[in-house]
Design a binder for this molecule. Structure first.
Ligand code: NAD
Length: 247
């Protein structure tokens, strides 16, 4: 699964799933630019990449801001060459029941989790179509497929990624660019550490494999899709969820 010669951009790589993806793609030989929302976070990414002997660095990116996206995509191109692997990992939750949901809770989630992927993909596709190669991989969620009370905004955004990716895969296949989704179940990160003991135990009952997933188990699916082994897969969603949802 060598990624020698590839330049990968991984959004939200300061921690959790994004960090694991950045480290795994880098260990497979890719030059990796991992992004964080602060200068301090970007420096920390540069440090862990360097420690692992991975080429690349951390950069500051707000995926909800078009100007920030354009700046980072240009900076990566200038410093490392065109992005050939884009991993749209950055994401947030702002849970509320629909009847209590405020417009900004809806808008924030759609902007950060879905509109960002439209903008990031568009910004990177210019180079990918010119190079006639590229992989776009977006991190969705089991919630996009199964739904979850209190997460209408998050589920809509994460399901939206699937339709977006299938459509783009059809548009861009002739340019040798694949577009896929990885949909994690409940993974052991800061996002799920906020759950209470009761919520955690309830969730575990619905997972046939009986445990939360590890970030590296999501990274493995991303590496497959980014590598030569995944070259003939496009418009697909890989569910990595311990069996809690079976498509
Ligand atoms: P996390 O909260 O640990 O990490 C999220 C990352 O996104 C952080 O690095 C954060 O800085 C970054 N981010 C947030 N807002 C941003 C913005 N506006 N611009 C740029 N970066 C931003 O969460 P995680 O669990 O590692 O989640 C990673 C992805 O996986 C998310 O898209 C999430 O929705 C998805 N996911 C997570 C789980 C889970 O159980 N942890 C399950 C399904 C899907």
């Amino acid at each position: 699964m060598s990624l020698q010669g590839e330049v990968a951009l991984v959004s939200g790589a300061s921690r959790g799933i994004g960090r694991s993806i950045a480290e795994l793609l880098g260990s497979a030989g890719a030059t990796v630019v991992g992004t964080a929302t602060s200068e301090k976070g970007a420096e920390a990414i540069t440090a862990y990449l360097r420690e692992a002997g991975i080429a690349g660095k951390g950069m500051v990116l707000n995926v909800a801001d078009k100007a920030s996206i354009d700046t980072v995509v240009k900076a990566v191109g200038d410093e490392f060459g065109g992005i050939s692997v884009l991993v749209n990992n950055a994401g947030i939750t702002r849970d509320n029941l629909l009847m209590r949901m405020k417009d900004d809770e809806w808008d924030d989630i759609i902007n950060t989790n879905l509109t960002s992927v439209y903008r990031m993909s568009k910004a990177c596709l210019r180079g990918m179509t010119k190079a006639k190669k590229g992989r776009i991989i977006s991190i969705s969620s089991v919630v996009g497929a199964s739904g979850n009370a209190g997460q209408t905004n998050y589920a809509a955004a994460k399901a939206g990624l699937v339709g977006f990716s299938k459509s783009l895969a059809r548009e861009i296949g002739s340019r040798n660019v694949t577009v896929n989704v990885v949909a994690p179940g409940f993974i052991d990160t800061d996002m799920t550490r906020e759950l209470s003991e009761d919520q955690r135990n309830n969730l575990l009952h619905g997972i046939p494999l009986g445990r939360l997933g590890q970030p590296a188990e999501i990274a493995g699916a991303v590496l497959f899709l980014a590598s030569p082994l995944g070259a003939y897969v496009t418009g697909e969603t890989i569910h990595v969820n311990g069996g809690m949802y079976m498509a």
